[in-house]
Ligand binder design. Sequence first.
Ligand code: AHR
Length: 335
Amino acid sequence: MKLKWKLLLVFVVVLVLCTASFAADRRIVVGFAQIGSESDWRVGSTNSVRQACADAGFELIFVDANQMQENQLSALRDFITRGVDYIGFSPVVMTGWDQIMMEIKDAGIPVIMLDRNIDMPNHTDYYATWIGSNFVEEGEKSALWLLDYLGIHGRWGEEINIVELQGTVGSSPAIDRKTGFENIIKDHPNLKITQSQTGDFTTELGKTVMESFLRRAQSDGVKIDVLYAHNDGMAIGAIQAIKEAGLVPGKDIIIIGVDAVKLAFEAILAGEMNVTVECSPLLGPQFVQAIKDIEAGETLDKITFSIEHVYDETLSKLMPHRYLSAEEHYPSRVY
Ligand code: AHR
């Protein structure tokens, strides 16, 4: 063989080997459009996704959308342009995603929904799986805990005025936690929601809105018996407002929160909060597993709910099969 042909053959072999090794080494690229960092819960969620992707050796393009839908939309569009392999997405609100979800589908990029869900026709056709909490159940558990609590304190049947701090308007946890809570209290006409407003899942707004609840309750001469906050962050802000108003949180007003963040456990142990219903943000490992399963050619379940508990320091002593002790589980909280 002539030298020219020999050199060409060597070149082709080297090229084939390099291409094969590049393909083998190529890292999976994941774009993740996160809602923001509005709560300790969300920070826990972000850390969990980052850590799990790093452990799996994925390249993660992470965008914090600062609670703004337009930022999430442009992040998703950017992921399509970059040709990422997978998209992780936790939508700030439920609606307004139809166009982008179609674009992602046309681009052939599998989507893994984490935590919150979307509302559009045939929405399950647009993602491979959704992993998160049963928000309706969280609302129901909050109300059921309240019924048990009133029962053991001899207040069953008493007129109970509840104020509600809702999460972000139009978000799935705010809609579902309200629905779940109302599903239960509708059969108990003595339990009334007397004021309800959004605190956007933030501690600051939780405090501001609670201040206005307290002012209005005072001017109307209507006592507040219970605060139902759609997350612990808002409950913590409200506790501050209650203390500043000269009342004792956890005693004068029963405080119910959702998430089970560390700060809520501390407030329960300090006697300033009564219960927290768990909503786990530690979904990173399941997120990564979903990607690995798709890589292995598996078809995923459309919905995977996380297993979650309710923590307090009263009913857990009497009904340990239903409620867990905040004190006992505090040391193991990681968010
Ligand atoms: O979507 C989950 C909710 O979002 C959490 O309850 C809240 O704390 C967070 O901001």
